[in-house]
Design a protein around this ligand. Structure first.
Ligand SMILES: Nc1ncnc2c1ncn2[C@@H]1O[C@H](COP(=O)(O)OP(=O)(O)OP(=O)(O)O)[C@@H](O)[C@H]1O
Ligand SMILES: O=P(O)(O)OC[C@H]1O[C@](O)(CO)[C@@H](O)[C@@H]1O
Ligand SMILES: [Mg+2]
Length: 485
């Protein structure tokens, strides 16, 4: 039973035992009588041997998988994959791909697999690359993308079609889509990009155009909610190990050696947390979600001194968004923002390195050798690793299957290990953050043996926030209502 719509993006369908499907829009929601065609995959020798290759129309994926016997079934998303019927004839499709926001390992793999998936699975040969992000729709030329052009691009970092921040003019973008006769739009980017994609979808729907809009979530920060993790995250964590290793080697080679590594993570400390857990060489990990302080009892300086006395060296990993509130007024960037409106951060790594050196030289009169390593762009400008390549391939293929099947206004995402179509507004309504009252953060604290820097009051406050954990965490409370994982 369809229970209603909060807006044109959200179709809610309820079922027995608290089952709720947060469905994605379909072109037929606003264009009646669109002709359908049998899915050309049924004639494809690679797939025709696969029993039940097509996804059952009723297949959905549960958001919550830790349950009690009397738990409500909760929120579900439509399962991704090829459908029996498609709503585009192969010759009719004119697709475009755009990449927006910061770089991320795997962007080129997604582009490659969109182009190859469209061509090899659906016989679609008209694919345009939009040059340089959203503004490329109206301010730049396009690039023709063929399987031959994209053949080797997954071995390179970056995005062959360029990216940018800012420049989202919905009306001009949709004019350009209309003028060029584009009817499938694939948009790869982070939370800002997906908000832009939602605006494009709304405008397309308002104009009644037969244009499918599909998002592919991208962010090395892993700050996109609902999905298990974002592509490129594993690669970034792996690359971060190299910086941590270097910091460790430098630190252990001198008396009272301290290695400080700053890693990306504007609002979410997932990269720092995972790189720390993977490395085991890190003595202290500082992330935006967990406040800390430097001086006095239980502070960072006290911990550094203790660890140096115990081990003679230590490694600190700090996410770029950590401790921003501690930076002095003079260092604050005030209200400076980038072109997309994201707040510009000050260099917390440099700041903390100076503060540590200053404290030990002047207050404690202790000789200490500190090396600061800032690998920021190096962890996102590299090609994706093997596992991210496979992940990117499936995300891209899922997006293609969804658009061909007439779905629109959706993001292709992995939920509990299954590929799904998620409505844009579920992806954009909040940011995914490390939950410091979750077991994963406790594992980190126990692995580094660092103080939590929290008083009992802070823990209670933080618990009250009730952030929904993601699959990268595992504090899922099965008694929760249907508000999320
Ligand atoms: N609320 C919004 N509505 C429309 N467009 C938006 C919105 N927020 C951001 N955008 C556009 O999306 C694009 C990318 O946004 P942004 O620079 O914030 O990166 P992102 O997609 O969040 O990726 P990341 O932060 O991981 O680098 C920009 O072109 C920006 O203009
Ligand atoms: O310098 P740029 O390109 O604006 O990107 C920096 C930001 O992009 C991110 O990598 C997210 O994509 C953040 O971690 C970082 O703060
Ligand atoms: Mg963002």
């Amino acid at each position: 039973m369809e229970t209603g719509r909060s807006n044109s993006q959200m179709k809610l369908v309820s079922g027995d035992a608290g089952y709720l499907l947060e469905d994605v829009p379909h072109l037929t929601d606003y264009i009646p009588n669109i002709p359908t065609y049998p899915n050309p995959l049924r004639f494809n020798p690679a797939y025709s041997v696969v029993k039940q290759y097509f996804v059952d129309m009723d297949d959905t994926v549960a958001q919550k998988i830790v349950v009690h016997k009397d738990s409500p079934r909760g929120i579900h998303f439509r399962r991704a994959g090829p459908r029996q019927k498609v709503y585009f004839d192969s010759d009719e499709v004119h697709a475009c791909i755009v990449t927006c926001g910061g770089l991320c390992p795997g962007l080129n793999t997604v582009i490659r697999e969109l182009v190859c998936g469209l061509s090899h699975m659906y016989g679609v040969n008209k694919v345009l690359g939009i040059d340089g992000g959203y503004r490329g729709f109206y301010a730049k030329n396009t690039v023709t993308l063929t399987p031959k052009v994209v053949n080797d691009i997954h071995k390179r970092g970056g995005t062959i079609i360029g990216t940018s921040r800012g420049g989202h003019d919905t009306s001009k973008i949709v004019d350009s889509i209309q003028d060029r006769g584009i009817n499938q739009v694939y948009i790869i980017g982070g939370d800002g990009t997906q908000k832009g994609a939602a605006a494009i979808y709304e405008e397309i729907r308002k104009r009644g155009l037969k244009v499918a809009v599909a998002g592919i979530p991208k962010t090395i920060d892993n700050d996109i909610p609902v999905i298990d993790k974002s592509f490129g995250f594993d690669t970034a964590v792996e690359e971060a190990q190299r910086a941590i290793n270097a910091a460790h080697v430098e630190a252990e080679s001198t008396e009272n050696g301290v290695g400080v590594v700053k890693l990306m993570g504007r609002y979410s400390g997932f990269i720092a947390m995972y790189a720390t857990l993977a490395s085991r060489d890190v003595d202290c990990c500082l992330i935006p979600e967990s406040p800390f302080y430097l001086e006095g009892k239980g502070g960072l300086f006290e911990f550094i001194e203790k660890r140096l006395k115990e081990n003679g060296h230590m490694v600190i990993v700090i996410a770029e968004g950590a401790g921003q509130e501690l930076l002095s007024e003079r260092m604050q960037s005030g209200d400076q923002k980038d072109e997309s409106g994201n707040k510009l951060l000050r260099d917390v790594g440099l700041w903390i390195s100076h503060r540590i050196k200053d404290h030990f030289a002047n207050q404690r009169k202790m000789l200490l050798t500190l090396k600061y390593i800032d690998p920021t762009y190096m962890i996102r400008a590299i090609p994706s690793n093997a596992s991210d390549n496979v992940y990117c391939t499936l995300l891209a293929q899922s997006a293609v299957h969804g658009a061909m099947a007439g779905y629109t206004g959706f993001t292709s995402g992995l939920v509990n290990g299954r590929h799904t179509y998620i409505p844009f507004n579920r992806i954009t309504e909040k940011q995914n953050k490390v939950v410091i009252t979750d077991r994963m953060w406790a594992r980190l604290l126990s692995s580094t043996n660092q103080p939590s820097f929290l008083g009992p009051k802070d823990v209670v406050e933080s618990k009250k926030e009730d952030e929904p954990p993601t699959a990268l965490l595992d504090g899922e409370n099965c008694k929760d209502d249907q508000s999320g994982k």
